[in-house]
Design a protein around this ligand. Structure first.
Ligand SMILES: Nc1ncnc2c1ncn2[C@@H]1O[C@H](COP(=O)(O)OP(=O)(O)OP(=O)(O)O)[C@@H](O)[C@H]1O
Length: 325
């Protein structure tokens, strides 16, 4: 579990003070995957670097695994850090060491018994699906394989918490999905708590249980994914919902975008609309996705007939989001 209370971080740059974090408070519960999303410069990296004390906060309190890391003396902080794993956008592997030797590195630092190292490395390689690459060098690996090594290395000292700093930002969409699936699998199998920072909504959609939006060093919104996508006033709901390119149409019909979620996504809503309101519905574009526990669909449709407004009202009363284009 991670608790961040009123965290502030200023950087001094020549005669200027830059406020990177301006009173951030958040709690990541044990066993959950928590995403922090924000634009470039929002303070995401600073936040994650403060949590493992790579960066010293200006003020505020951080508790990780029940220990207040902000007040630990150096020796104890080193020990506490062993219970916090970290993975990076550019993997940070040692190029002169093989995969197995990279994973051995943190074990050497903690003086892990020599006779047990080989077994532990094999166990970690199997956990990330890279058994056959033990003797390869990083230059011989794909980006996804490099990140798997990064994950194995981060898990070597059996941390309860994993911090992920844009871990999939350098990867193509397919590899991103496979790394996110691995993280979700490790989260479930090991009970690993994951805090990740990202600028990719796709990452939030695919694996996060909860999300916080960081802007100019402050959290402007947080909640579960399920909560946020169903809240019309949510700032990131629109970005989380399925995307598609709206088509311009020139007919007389009314063009609307309908967002279906929860139970409504599984009902034949449009068919019953056509039957009950004597209207014509023409589907122009659409997208259906699983976000969190929900199936969410977005459709652009053209509706024509005498009872169009009554039909749209009916959809809204069913809890669907309806926007005129
Ligand atoms: N070492 C530093 N010295 C001075 N200013 C810094 C330092 N690190 C970050 N900053 C500033 O703090 C603010 C937050 O930066 P940070 O890197 O945490 O944001 P970010 O959300 O991670 O951005 P990005 O996605 O571009 O990495 C920015 O204004 C940045 O310029």
């Amino acid at each position: 579990m991670i608790e961040v209370i009123d965290l502030k971080k200023n950087y001094s740059l020549k005669d200027q003070i830059i406020t990177a974090l301006d009173g951030v408070t958040l709690t990541v519960e044990a066993g959950e995957i928590f995403g922090v999303v924000g634009l470039s410069g929002a303070g995401k990296s600073t936040l994650i670097r403060c949590i493992n004390m790579l960066e010293k906060p200006t003020s505020g309190t951080i508790v990780v695994n029940g220990q207040e890391v902000t007040s630990l003396p150096p020796a104890e902080l080193r020990k506490a850090r062993q219970r916090i794993g970290m993975i990076f956008q550019h993997f940070n592997l040692l190029s002169s060491r093989t995969v197995a030797q990279n994973i051995a590195f943190p074990l050497e630092i903690v003086n892990y018994p020599k006779e047990k190292r080989k077994d532990r490395i094999a166990e970690l390689l199997s956990l990330v699906g890279l058994m056959e690459k033990a003797n390869a060098y990083p230059s011989q690996l794909s980006g996804g394989q490099k990140q798997r090594v990064g994950i194995a290395r981060a898990l070597a000292s059996e941390p309860e918490v994993l911090l992920s700093d844009e871990a999939t930002s350098a990867l193509d969409p397919q590899t991103t999905t496979s790394i996110l699936e691995l993280l979700r699998d490790l989260n479930r199998r090991l009970g690993l708590t994951i805090l990740l920072i990202t600028h990719e909504m796709n990452v939030i959609r695919q694996i996060c249980d909860r999300v916080a939006v960081l802007q100019d060093g402050r959290i402007i919104e947080q909640g579960t994914i399920d909560e946020l996508i169903t809240r019309p006033d949510s700032l990131i709901s629109r970005a989380l919902l399925p995307q598609f390119e709206k088509q311009t149409i020139s007919s007389e019909a009314t063009s609307v975008t309908i967002t279906f979620m929860g139970e409504a996504a599984d009902q034949p809503v449009l068919a019953s609309l056509v039957r009950n309101y004597d209207i014509d519905v023409n589907i122009i574009a659409g997208n259906l996705q699983k976000i969190g526990k929900n199936r969410v669909g977005k459709l652009q449709v053209e509706i024509s007939g005498k009872q169009v407004n009554a039909a749209l009202l009916h959809l809204m009363n069913l809890g669907l989001r309806v926007e005129k284009n």
